[in-house]
Design a protein around this ligand. Sequence first.
Ligand code: ZN
Ligand code: ZN
Length: 148
Amino acid sequence: MYCRNCGSTVDAGSPVCTNCAVPVGQGTRYCPNCGAETPAGSNACMQCGFILNANAVKPPVSAQGAKSKIAAGLLGIFLGAFGVHNFYLGYNQKAVLQLVATIIGIVLSCIGIGALIVFAIEVWGIVEGIFILTGKINTDANGTPLID
Ligand SMILES: [Zn+2]
Ligand SMILES: [Zn+2]
């Protein structure tokens, strides 16, 4: 392999370049695979195609672990009173609030106010479910866009 900084050959396993003493892998001027000069900022060697900047070829973070819009929306509509859609999307505080309010509502359902609380949280969940399905809510708690 070749020194990224000065382009001289370096032994595999040697931690620094014997020519310029720069740690192997540091520098931007030469291809470590074929030793060709690489223009500053280029992501791959023009001579051999070796990937110089591994970060540049990683898929965008948003594509990883993206949540399903349909699943989140339906959870909101059918189980929204229990905050399930917010647990799914990572909005844990809101989810716990909905879950606790619904449980309190169920406990209090022997008096009229309890049913009202459950109804209100249920409507809240359905509205959020519709917002998710229509794209008004389109990211999870980490800001990752939802996928169809
Ligand atoms: Zn060197
Ligand atoms: Zn190369």
